[in-house]
Structure formats: structure tokens, C-alpha cells
Ligand binder design. Structure first.
Ligand code: PLP
Length: 444
């Protein structure tokens, strides 16, 4: 009985986390849903007091192994001294100027020298702003209005790309755009073409629609859908069809950039996009977004002929985000063992979770690549978000709630985990055994 389980988890959580529960109750009178990030937590969020390495400490005095690490931003773990020192030094020097700072050049150099196809880069305030900016550049460059995205792709809360994220509609080979939020304009729904992920019908659709398509935006590993990788041959065919039709290819690497390697997913798959959006890791834990890509396209933001593409904002390229980003990327890139080690830890997590599922006789699937993993309870091994529709979101929610009680922070209803260089083999093993205990409770 789902209601009884829900009530018992609610009671147990309020008993174990009285201070967080009380804040959540009081905040609910001020903030819709109790907290701006409240909807990620069920039955209620923990209130974090401080974090260091992979540990989160909440206001009830409990400690957790963090598998979200700032939705993937904190790839060195929390409060890495190189990052906190850089931020503290910059705080003392001032935090927002109406003028550039030299760290912007340093960060741009790190992006341009590592990301395939990145000849130029501009910085904005968030990953969402990055994808919005990329669409404008693509429209300005092609003179076409419509943008294409894949089912299951998450590109931030911006109207055009905020379609068919979890909900899908229409034939598998000819999806219809489903608004993923209330309040989207009808014209935004008309100006997006939604494509089937990992399916060649997408290529046919791009060819058919090319005359009105400015760009195709793809996450080379779908993150928010739960770590579903794009198949390499599919990505290669996507590149080829874009070349053939003049539709620009945009990789949204807000999660995968500097996570799957110094060259991100583009480097891992050996496919180069025309534009790449970045965020999260490149900000060292402060808010950031970036668009990088071909010099001729990027030049549109400073065009002297005709109207330039807007790419700005009060906090764009602010010195704190730039300093934190330079510090984090420098530590990451200085150690040649960073990415191999993250990949080994990721594999240990995926293998361990598969063993746990098998040991409990539970039908579930572990996805992911490198330091990312997803866990799904769909009928079949998922290749696309459509395959996930057979999984009950409440199962993932109950799992995340039990994991929290076991001392592990994990997302729900989409189970997407991130490792950092601060995670050890022991942390991974503890997370795996917490899954075993949580799944055991769920079976009871
Ligand atoms: N693109 C992808 C692939 C993301 O995962 C996200 C955020 O999770 C975004 C864009 C939006 O970035 P932000 O949350 O910084 O606006």
C-alpha cells in the first residue's frame, strides 16, 4: 500500500530529522513547495549546514555521502582548498565589476584549449542562459527559427527546449512536442521539433525539416533523464546529417563537459559540434554557463555588421565564478590520473549496483558512463526516456528516501549519481551497501 509506505517514511524522516522537518514546515508558508529546490526531495529535504569532500552535514547533526555533488558541479568534492582559497582571495578584492577581470581570459583559455571545436567562448550566468544563447546564435547564423531537441533532453528551464523532457507523445518515430511546464507560449511549442533519441528516424526528420531548422541540440549523455548515453554511431550520423543540411549541431555539455574527460563527451565520442554549451564544473561551484564553438558563429555575439546576438547579464563572467572555475579546472587538469580514476570508480559503482540488484532478485538497470550512473526500474534496459515510462516514479522516490535514512544523498525520481575526485573506493562501497539495505527494506 503506497499510502501506508509514504506515511511511514514521512513519520520516520520527521523523527530522524526534526530540525529539517521544522524548517521545511515553516518555509512552506513562505516558499511554494517549501523550498525552491524542494521538489527534488521526498518526503522533505535535508537542510545542509556545511559540506566538505563527499560529506554533507545537516542541521540535525547527521552526515551523508553526497552522490549529487552540487548536481555534478563539485567534481573535486565540496570545499576543495584550491577552490575555496581562490574564492576567498577574490571575495576580498570585490565580487561584481562592470568591467572584465583577467580570470575570464584564463577560463576562456582552459575551455578553448580543451573542448573540441571551441575556438571562442563566452560566459553567462547559468547553463540555462548558455542554451538560450546558443539558440540565438544558431538562429542568427542560419536565419531559421525552429530548433530541434531530443525526447528526454534537459537543457534548463527555457521555453523552447523545455518540451518532451519526461512526458512523451506521438509515435516513437514521429514524436509530438509536449510542454514540460505550464506557462510556455504556444509559439514556443510551434518553434521546436522533438526528435526520437538514439533512433535513425530523427535523421530523416532533420532532413525533412532542414529548411526551417536552425540547430539540433543534444546532450551526448542524457543527464536529467538518468544517464542515458547517445550511441556513438548515432552521434556520428547526426553530425553527418547536420553537415549535409547546414543545420547546426549543438552539444549541451553542461553536465558532461570536463566530467567525461578534459574534452567532454565530444572528445569521448570523437564527434565535434558547431556549438557547445557548458556550465556546472567550469564554475567551481559558483553559478556559470558558457557557449563555445566555431569562431564565425561565436563572433555573432560581437557582430559589427547587423545586430549582435545578446549574451550578457549582470553576473556574466563575474570574477568569483571565473576564479572558482579556473581553480577547479586547474586542479582537475593538472593530474593526468583524474579521469581514468573517476572512470574506474564509476565502473565500480555500476558493477556493484548491478550485483546488488541481482542479489535481491530485483529487475533494474544501471546506466551511465565515466563518473555518472543511473538506476532504473523499467521493464527493459533503457535506451531512451520512452523506455523509462514503464518505471514507477514512486519506486525511485522510496529508494531515495531510504538511502537518505541510510546516509546517502541521491536524486529522485530520476536516479542520477555523480562521483567526484573526493570519493574513495570505500565511499563507493558504502553507497553500494546502502542501496542493498534500502532495497531490502523496500522488498519487506
Ligand atoms: N543543460 C543540461 C544538460 C543540464 O543538465 C542543465 C542543468 O542541470 C542545464 C542545461 C541548465 O543549467 P543551469 O541549471 O545551470 O541553468
Amino acid at each position: 500500500d503506497a499510502h501506508a509506505i509514504g506515511r511511514s517514511i514521512d513519520e520516520e524522516t520527521s523523527r530522524v530529522l526534526p530540525a529539517s522537518a521544522e524548517h521545511f514546515r515553516r518555509s512552506s508558508e513562505l516558499i511554494p513547495g517549501g523550498a525552491s529546490r524542494g521538489r527534488f526531495w521526498w518526503p522533505a529535504p535535508i537542510y545542509v549546514e556545511r559540506a566538505r569532500g563527499v560529506s554533507l552535514h545537516d542541521i540535525d547533526g547527521r552526515t551523508y555521502i553526497d552522490c549529487l555533488v552540487g548536481f555534478g558541479s563539485m567534481i573535486l568534492g565540496h570545499a576543495h582548498p584550491a577552490v575555496t582559497d581562490a574564492v576567498a582571495a577574490q571575495v576580498a578584492l570585490g565580487t561584481v565589476f562592470g568591467a572584465p577581470c583577467v580570470q575570464e581570459e584564463h577560463l576562456a583559455r582552459l575551455v578553448v584549449s580543451n573542448v573540441p571545436g571551441a575556438e571562442r567562448a563566452v560566459f553567462v550566468g547559468s547553463g540555462t542562459e548558455a542554451t538560450m544563447t546558443a539558440l540565438r546564435i544558431a538562429r542568427a547564423a542560419t536565419g531559421r527559427d525552429v530548433v530541434a531537441k531530443f525526447e528526454g533532453g534537459w537543457h534548463g528551464a527555457q521555453d523552447f527546449l523545455l518540451h518532451s523532457f519526461t512526458e512523451t507523445d506521438g509515435e516513437l518515430t514521429a514524436p509530438r512536442a509536449v510542454p514540460s511546464s505550464a506557462g510556455l507560449s504556444r509559439s514556443s511549442s510551434r518553434d521546436v521539433v522533438v526528435l526520437p533519441y538514439n533512433h535513425d528516424a530523427a535523421l530523416v526528420r532533420i532532413r525533412d525539416e532542414a529548411h526551417r531548422l536552425a540547430c539540433v541540440v543534444v546532450e551526448p549523455v542524457q543527464g536529467a533523464a538518468g544517464g542515458l548515453p547517445t550511441e556513438r554511431e548515432f552521434l556520428e550520423r547526426l553530425r553527418a546529417v547536420c553537415d549535409e543540411t547546414g543545420v547546426l549541431l549543438v552539444f549541451d555539455e553542461v553536465i558532461s563537459g570536463f566530467r567525461l574527460g578534459p574534452a567532454g563527451a565530444g572528445g569521448l565520442y570523437g564527434v565535434t559540434a558547431d556549438l557547445v554549451t557548458l556550465g556546472k564544473i567550469i564554475g567551481g561551484g559558483l553559478s556559470i554557463g558558457a557557449v563555445a564553438g566555431r569562431a564565425d558563429l561565436m563572433g555573432r555575439v560581437a557582430s559589427r555588421e547587423g545586430r549582435p546576438v545578446a549574451a550578457s547579464g549582470t553576473f556574466a563572467a563575474n570574477p568569483l565564478s571565473m576564479a572558482a572555475g579556473v581553480a577547479q579546472l586547474s586542479v582537475l587538469l593538472d593530474d593526468p590520473d583524474t579521469y581514468p580514476r573517476l572512470a574506474v570508480l564509476g565502473q565500480r559503482m555500476r558493477d556493484g549496483l548491478r550485483q546488488v540488484l541481482a542479489a535481491h532478485g530485483i529487475r533494474g538497470w544501471v546506466t551511465g558512463v565515466g563518473s555518472l550512473w543511473g538506476l532504473h526500474f523499467s521493464a527493459e534496459s533503457p535506451r531512451t526516456v520512452r523506455d523509462l515510462a514503464t518505471a514507477s516514479p514512486s519506486v525511485a522516490r522510496v529508494l531515495a528516501a531510504y538511502l537518505l535514512l541510510e546516509g546517502v544523498v541521491m536524486s529522485a525520481p530520476v536516479h542520477l549519481g555523480f562521483l567526484s575526485t573526493a570519493h574513495t573506493e570505500k565511499d563507493v562501497d558504502l553507497v553500494i551497501s546502502a542501496h542493498s539495505s534500502a532495497l531490502k527494506r523496500m522488498k519487506e
